[in-house]
Ligand binder design. Structure first.
Ligand SMILES: Nc1ncnc2c1ncn2[C@@H]1O[C@H](COP(=O)(O)OP(=O)(O)O)[C@@H](O)[C@H]1O
Ligand SMILES: [Mg+2]
Length: 212
C-alpha cells in the first residue's frame, strides 16, 4: 500500500485539488484508492460526497478524526490531504504516514518565500533526511508567460528538490471539484491541455523515483 501526501504549511496552494485529482487518476487506472483527509475543513471528504456513483469508487477516511486505522485491505493507494499550518511536532507526525510527499507552490512572492522556509523545515525532518520519504514540488495555478511564473519556475528549478510539473490556472479544476470528479474524468476536448501537464506528475508517481 502506498501513501502519497499533499503537504504545504500554506493554505490555498492546491493540496486538496491535487489530492482529489491524484485519487481520481489512480481510481481510473483500476487501483483501489482511499482519500485520507487530515484537514478539519474536510474538502476532500466533501468532494467524495459529490462523486457520482458511476465513477470508480474512492474510499473517504476522516484522517483528522481517526488517523489511518480504517483503511480497507483492497486499497493500493492512500492519498493524504494534509492541513495547512503544519509545523514542528505536527509536521513530524504527518510525515510518518507517507513515503511520497508533494508540495504544491503558487506563483506568488508570499507563497514562494513561505515555501522556501517550509521546504527547509520538511527536509530537516528525520524521515525525509534519511530518504525514507521522497519529496517533490509542483507549481500550481500557473499563468504562462507571466513574470511571476518565470520567477517561480526559476526558483523551483534551482531549489534542491525535484520539480516535477507545472499546472495551469484553469476553470477545469473548479468544474471537476464541484462535480466530484478529477480532470481526467472531464471530456478530452476540454481537459487535454491539463492532461498533458499532468503527464510528468503521474509518470513520477508511478516510477521508483517517488518511492523510498
Ligand atoms: N490549477 C488551478 N486552477 C484553478 N483553480 C485552482 C487550481 N488549483 C486550486 N485552485 C482553487 O484554489 C483554491 C484553493 O485550492 P485548494 O486545493 O483548496 O488548496 P489547499 O487545499 O491547499 O488549501 C480552491 O478554490 C481551488 O478550486
Ligand atoms: Mg485543502
Amino acid at each position: 500500500m502506498r501513501h502519497i501526501m499533499l503537504l504545504n504549511a500554506k493554505g490555498g496552494c492546491g493540496k486538496s485539488t491535487l489530492a482529489t485529482n491524484i485519487a481520481a487518476y489512480f481510481a481510473n487506472e483500476g487501483y483501489g484508492v482511499a482519500l485520507a483527509d487530515y484537514d478539519p475543513q474536510r474538502s476532500g471528504l466533501d468532494w467524495i460526497e459529490r462523486r457520482p456513483d458511476n465513477r470508480p469508487e474512492i474510499v473517504g477516511l476522516a484522517g483528522f478524526k481517526e488517523g489511518l486505522k480504517r483503511v480497507p485491505r483492497s486499497v493500493d493507494f492512500v492519498i493524504i490531504d494534509a492541513p495547512a499550518r503544519s509545523h514542528g511536532a505536527e509536521l513530524q507526525n504527518l510525515v510518518k504516514h507517507a513515503e511520497t510527499i508533494i508540495v504544491p507552490v503558487l506563483p506568488s512572492t508570499i507563497d514562494m518565500q513561505a515555501a522556501t522556509r517550509f521546504i527547509s523545515e520538511l527536509k530537516a525532518v528525520g524521515k525525509v533526511d534519511r530518504k525514507q520519504a521522497k519529496i517533490a514540488v509542483v507549481a500550481n495555478r500557473v499563468r504562462e508567460y507571466t513574470l511571476i511564473f518565470e520567477e517561480l519556475d526559476e526558483y523551483l528549478t534551482t531549489a534542491k528538490v525535484p520539480y516535477i510539473a507545472a499546472l495551469r490556472e484553469a476553470q477545469n479544476y473548479v468544474r471537476a471539484y464541484t462535480r466530484g470528479l478529477g480532470i481526467f474524468e472531464l471530456p478530452e476536448y476540454l481537459a487535454w491541455p491539463d492532461w498533458e501537464q499532468w503527464e510528468p506528475l503521474t509518470k513520477w508517481l508511478r516510477s521508483v523515483r517517488s518511492q523510498p
